[in-house]
Design a protein around this ligand. Structure first.
Ligand SMILES: Cc1cc2nc3c(=O)[nH]c(=O)nc-3n(C[C@H](O)[C@H](O)[C@H](O)COP(=O)(O)OP(=O)(O)OC[C@H]3O[C@@H](n4cnc5c(N)ncnc54)[C@H](O)[C@@H]3O)c2cc1C
Length: 431
């Protein structure tokens, strides 16, 4: 094997997580790196790029800025290079358009010659160094960073019915084009469900469905909590603190705090409410919308060329509910899946429940040498909390990975105002 095929770090997958690492590694002396993406071209949830959708985090939470504000891969550098920095300021966006952030990510992937598209990693083995086989070649690496994201998830009752008339919201853009006059049911009360619902009820009347129902398990259509102290959960210090808690406490905190991550933007809720008001009271369209919170879909069956969804309402358990629809959109989230390509070494890696167990540098704990690591990005929700799957800590996590590879430690930000640990005074030493 020739020398050019050996790297200090090879990344598998090029979404925001590994693109952040690739951007911070770019130009780092002595750290040859390569990032492999199986898609032929860059994509960031393109099947779900619903017009007018916006980012749910601050624009400072780009690929690099929170770790290296001078990086040429920042969102600001993108605006500058595109000649639109003043226009961006003048536009006074209250939140960054998601499509613009997607275009920024694509720009960052294109200006980095270490990022390669159309190359899928099919196996990772270990032979003193990691041996990665792709659909094109074999490369070796001292370290591997896995950033393959999460897979679209639907409940078991839907799995046998998926197709053109029942689909996950990640395929919403290509599959929702021709819904005029149909009855559509959106299942899922998070931001993705809200955006799909808003898009459907906002279409021009000739393209609009006849009726749009929205079903959610949550007790209402609940907003994201984006307030200052809540955002402490999305700081590096809290991520480290969370990782040291026992498993039961971590699980219950993730459940309790889910709306800090998976709630609906207030602006989206306001737009939905105003659109319903206009349709019902101004245009007299009383039959367009049905809202069904507090319902769980427990059965899906075919009936008269349509779908019948049986609903369970925990406030009225004895009263069965039913929605009939021609098309069902499942906005029911994404889940982490253990990658098949790790099969050759899977039994050497420690697990915690459904996840691989990671150490404080996001390296999987394993029986191999400590200077050879597999880093996991966005695959440790139970160990690192809700911030793990979010854009908030991208740059910090990437920096920590780089620090581990370089055997250094960058300064963390000043600690939170909140004392999360069991300490009662600043001088006390508690874990
Ligand atoms: C519609 C949507 C909007 C979101 N908006 C926000 C937001 O506003 N704020 C926020 O904080 N979070 C947001 N998120 C959550 C999170 O930031 C994104 O899901 C983000 O894309 C996660 O990045 P990732 O790199 O981990 O995974 P992904 O973006 O899923 O990228 C993984 C990549 O790995 C590739 N891959 C998989 N297997 C292989 C293989 N074997 N070989 C090579 N390549 C492979 C895939 O093709 C894919 O391109 C959003 C999520 C969604 C779905």
């Amino acid at each position: 094997m020739s020398d050019e095929q050996h790297y200090e770090c090879v990344g598998i997958g090029v979404g925001p997580a590994n693109l952040s690492l690739a951007s911070l590694l770019h130009g780092c002396p002595g750290l040859p790196n390569l990032f492999l993406e199986k898609r032929e071209v860059f994509s960031w949830h393109d099947g779900q790029q619903i017009p007018d959708a916006t980012l749910q985090v601050s624009i400072f939470k780009d690929l690099v800025s929170l770790s290296d504000p001078t990086s040429p891969f920042s969102f600001l550098s993108y605006l500058k290079e595109k000649g639109r920095i003043y226009h961006f300021i003048n536009a006074q966006f209250s939140a960054v358009p998601r499509q613009e952030f997607r275009n920024y990510l694509e720009w960052a992937s294109r200006r980095n010659q270490n990022v390669v598209f159309g190359e899928e990693v099919v196996s990772v083995d270990f032979d003193g160094t990691f041996v990665l086989r792709t659909n094109r070649r074999t490369v070796t690496a001292n370290n591997v960073s896995i950033g393959i994201g999460r897979r679209a998830w639907v409940p078991a009752v839907a799995r046998d019915h998926l197709g053109l008339t029942q689909f996950h919201v990640s395929d919403f853009v290509p599959l929702s084009r021709d819904l005029a006059g149909k009855r559509v049911c959106v299942v899922g009360g998070g931001q993705s469900g809200a955006e799909a619902f808003l898009d459907l009820i906002s279409r021009p009347s000739a393209e609009r469905p006849r009726r749009v129902s929205w079903v959610s398990r949550r007790h209402n259509f609940c907003p994201i909590d984006d307030s200052p102290f809540t955002n402490d959960f999305y700081m590096p210090g809290y991520s480290d603190y969370f990782s040291r808690l026992d498993q039961g406490t971590r699980e219950s905190l993730n459940r309790e705090h889910v709306l800090t991550s998976d709630g609906i933007s207030e602006s989206t809720l306001r737009e939905i409410y105003q659109r319903i008001y206009a349709e019902r009271f101004i245009h007299g369209n009383t039959d367009l919308v049905s809202l069904y919170p507090n319902r769980n879909v427990i059965e899906v069956s075919a009936s008269d060329n349509a779908w019948s969804l049986k609903l369970y309402n925990s406030n009225h358990p004895a009263v069965p509910g039913q929605v009939d629809a021609d098309v069902v959109v499942w906005a029911t989230g994404f889940r982490t899946v253990a990658p098949d390509f790790l099969a050759p070494i899977a039994d050497r890696l420690e697990r915690e429940g459904d996840e691989y167990r990671i150490d404080s540098d996001f390296a999987v704990r394993w029986d191999g040498p400590s200077n050879r690591s597999i880093f996991l990005q966005n695959a440790a929700l139970q160990q690192r909390g809700l911030a793990d799957k979010n854009l908030s800590l991208l740059a910090w996590r990437s920096q920590r990975i780089i620090d581990r590879v370089r055997c250094v430690r960058s300064d963390d930000p000043v600690p939170s105002f909140i004392e999360w640990s069991a300490k009662l005074s600043p001088d006390e030493r508690v874990g």
